[in-house]
Design a protein around this ligand. Sequence first.
Ligand SMILES: NC(=O)c1ccc[n+]([C@@H]2O[C@H](COP(=O)([O-])OP(=O)(O)OC[C@H]3O[C@@H](n4cnc5c(N)ncnc54)[C@H](O)[C@@H]3O)[C@@H](O)[C@H]2O)c1
Ligand SMILES: [Zn+2]
Ligand SMILES: [Zn+2]
Length: 340
Amino acid sequence: MKAICLEKPGQFNLIDLSEPAKPGPGEALVRVHRVGICGTDISGFLGKMPFYSYPRIPGHELGVEVIEVGAGVTNVAPGDRCSVEPYMNCQKCSACLRGSGNCCKNLQVLGVHTDGGLRPRFILPARKLHPSKKLALEQLALVETLAIGCHAVDRVKPQAGEHALVIGAGPIGLSAIEFLKLANVRITVLDLNQKRLDFCRDTMGVDYTILPDGSGSELKALDQITGGGLPTIVVDATGSVKSMNNAFNYVEHTGRLVFVGIVTADVSFADPLFHRREMTLFASRNALPNDFGRIIKLIEDGRIDTRPWITHHCNFDSLVGEFTSYTKPETGVIKAIVEV
Ligand SMILES: NC(=O)c1ccc[n+]([C@@H]2O[C@H](COP(=O)([O-])OP(=O)(O)OC[C@H]3O[C@@H](n4cnc5c(N)ncnc54)[C@H](O)[C@@H]3O)[C@@H](O)[C@H]2O)c1
Ligand SMILES: [Zn+2]
Ligand SMILES: [Zn+2]
């Protein structure tokens, strides 16, 4: 069978792989149907992802079908369509033992540290599969993206009626917006890309959007939006260190700031600002197993609809040619889905 492999930054190759063996105890053999392309894949392609190693078969946002299960597997059966939780955790380290497998000390993320889903068939631990009888394979592929926002929002424990600012309206910012909406929070989105802000207002039903003009006028806008103050929740989903350094200025007294976007640079902030306002700063990494089941249910019940996010489609053979265009925001891409 053929697989798509990122040989080194900027170079994909179609490679030949032998068929996987039979699934062992606790494992499942899956057929990959849909793969979402995400910022992590783009960073890997551009050589900007610190954790990435090459050569690598990318693909961690997956909609799969179970073909065969090994001994002792009870959560899925052949024919089940599933979303995949791509965080391979050791189940032994202190983080795993505390129930935080999302930040396992030996974490291996599919398609980043170990080979992912841009291949027709492979074997996975069955416990990482989350089935749905109702969702389309494309919807299942988007569950992981949503899980990132779900976990980030859970970190700050929003209360109904609070004001939240989401900085960065890419897929990760959008996924955070979905869960802030479910928490009945008043949402403002700030981005440098007017098209993405329009999408937030027109399609996501976000209350307020801000395109910063470089003069600091966004502080005045936030003051007006919140009725004299600042948001008590700020989510930075930009992947920009400039934005992350600046985000402290947008947090109300005793507010919470969560970094879901990731950078390789040092973040810095003025301690007097941080202390005067008695802020809390959170990091958010990946998501928890229960988030997957919760999200599947929310999509099944029609409470989250990610279909408008999918702006681009391609197939296995056209991906390599199309991929460069997905790295360019001016093409209007939000989420591209590959049919395997
Ligand atoms: N925490 C996690 O587990 C996790 C998982 C996946 C991705 N991520 C990270 O989340 C971040 C966002 O991912 P994405 O796929 O949505 O990226 P994206 O590039 O599609 O979106 C980022 C958005 O931020 C905006 N932006 C950039 N600089 C800005 C600034 N200074 N002010 C305002 N807006 C600005 C861009 O215009 C863009 O719309 C990345 O850093 C990615 O690595 C984190
Ligand atoms: Zn992703
Ligand atoms: Zn662990």
